[in-house]
Design a protein around this ligand. Structure first.
Ligand code: HEM
Length: 465
């Protein structure tokens, strides 16, 4: 599991770099959306909420997808100790993904839609994404060669890559009238595919987390442990069946929904436990050496706990009736995609991108401030959404018939809290992303030989203060 130690901006690293750029752009769109909560109709002509929401959601979803691909591609090469099977295929995959996301963002900006929630872009743009993903699958399988006696993360990656392709295709079945014409079937397939797709990218991200934990502790303990395989099979079950809780409001059997919700929580619980046990087993020296990656893994562990708490509450049918369609669902989605997915991806980002021709020494303070700012503001951001959700839930179920506009007026203090904490959250994220991107790009365009630091030199690591 030796790092392929080079300071070049390889294509695998470029996936992470592009992902970080998408994150930076996506959170700025999110901030405009949050401002529109307080000032409805702001920028209505050119950047209405109907455009800003998909611009934000697609940018951050593609941050997760690009980041997961970058993590898998880099760690795959570190695992096999060999270069990727085809560098050319990888470059084509990268170009296809970049052009597709660019076309998607431009199409939203000029008001061209045609897709469905979360994938609101024109369905034709799904084709290059599927083709790019097939190239990823081919390169992954060919680079692995044999799958005998592999650690759990290899199985997680393989499962994630295959199932993402499958569920992505499934989420487009609605383009055929046969599926579209029956509303209940259509909605069931739609939400099933979304639930499973999240399960697929979680497989890629959780696999990378276990790889990184083994890398930091310099063992093969977690990749081959029973608990990690339990997580794998729970994740697989989850990926296939957890979608039941996405269709609470559709007329299907209640037990399907409850079993699936319970299973999705088991998965989080096991991942949390693995990270918790691993942290306890790690020596202080190793924590120091991998400081920032370690810190983000620790933060994700806290967010796993908070997401579990909220999910347990939302899984109670009597509560779910209230929370459905409120900001509590948004809090759940954003808490998980920021606190778990994005923090784990940042842990990989620090591990993979820290090794450049320039030192990170001048940015240590900025990283630390950004880290704490992100964590603290994310908590208030999350609480504001839950507060707004509770108020809206109360309004939805109330018999007093308060008009929608008055209810939205009552939610304003929560929206203001959401916007202010969002500003701090964006600042925190940018303080973390900026040095990572700056060092990579500066070294690419202007590598100064005098500034080259030996590979894995301790001064290129960020120690915990
Ligand atoms: C890593 C960062 C972020 C990720 C991964 C993320 C993810 C998401 C996701 C998945 C949704 C869709 C939620 C749903 O439909 O249930 C969403 C919606 C939204 N996000 Fe974010 N988000 C991020 C940061 C931010 C920030 C910093 C802000 C504002 C300051 C923000 C503001 C919004 C708004 C206003 C919505 C629309 C909610 C609605 O439809 O009412 N997001 N985000």
């Amino acid at each position: 599991m030796e790092p392929l130690n080079n300071k070049q901006l390889t294509t695998s690293k470029l996936f992470l770099v592009a992902g970080l750029l998408l994150l930076a752009v996506g959170i700025l769109f999110g901030l405009i959306g949050a401002l529109q909560y307080i000032m409805p109709g702001l920028f209505k002509k050119y950047l209405s909420f109907e455009r800003i929401r998909p611009l934000h959601v697609s940018s951050v979803v593609f941050w997760i997808i690009f980041g997961a691909m970058g993590g898998v591609l880099t760690y795959l090469q570190e695992h096999t100790g060999k270069k990727i099977y085809s560098a050319v295929l990888l470059k084509i995959q990268f170009i296809i993904f970049c052009l597709s996301i660019l076309a998607i963002l431009v199409s939203y900006s000029i008001g061209i839609f045609g897709g469905r929630e979360y994938w609101e872009f024109h369905p034709l743009l799904a084709l290059p994404i599927a083709i790019g993903w097939v190239l990823f699958l081919v390169n992954f399988i060919k680079s692995m060669g044999s799958f005998r006696k592999q650690p759990v993360y290899v199985w997680m990656w393989l499962t994630g890559v295959i199932f993402f392709l499958f569920t992505f295709a499934e989420s487009y079945l609605w383009v055929f009238p046969y599926f579209r014409n029956n509303v209940v079937n259509d909605m069931t397939i739609q939400w099933k595919s979304y639930g499973s797709m999240v399960g697929s990218w979680n497989m890629l991200i959780y696999g990378c987390s276990i790889f990184l934990m083994d890398k930091i502790s310099k063992t093969k303990t977690y990749g081959h442990s029973t608990i990690a395989f339990v997580l794998y099979f729970t994740g697989l079950f989850n990926l296939m069946f957890n979608w039941g809780h996405h269709i609470y409001t559709l007329p299907t059997h209640a037990y399907v929904k409850h079993i699936s919700y319970a299973v999705s929580m088991t998965e989080l619980f096991i991942l949390g436990r693995i990270i918790y046990l691993w942290r306890a087993s790690l020596s202080t020296a190793k924590k120091h050496f991998y400081s920032f990656s370690y810190r983000f893994l620790a933060a994700a562990d806290v967010w796993i706990f908070l997401t579990l708490l909220l999910a347990i509450c939302m899984s109670i049918p009597a509560i779910n009736v209230y929370t459905h369609g409120t900001h509590i669902t948004v809090a759940h989605t954003m808490g998980a995609t920021i606190g778990i997915n994005s923090f784990l991806l940042l842990a990989f980002g620090f591990d993979i991108l820290h090794d450049t021709c320039r030192t990170f020494e001048p940015y240590k303070k900025m990283f630390t401030t950004g880290y704490w700012l992100t964590n603290i503001s994310l908590f208030t951001f999350w609480i504001s959404l839950i507060g707004a959700g509770v108020m809206k839930a109360h309004w939805q179920m109330s018999i007093s018939q308060v008009p929608f506009s008055s209810m939205m007026e009552q939610l304003k203090p929560f929206f203001i809290g959401f916007f202010i904490s969002g500003c701090f959250l964006v600042t925190g994220f940018l303080m973390i992303i900026y040095p990572l991107l700056k060092n990579q790009l500066a070294c690419y365009f202007n590598p100064k030989p005098g500034q080259i630091y030996p590979a894995y030199h301790s001064s290129n690591r960020l120690s915990v203060k």
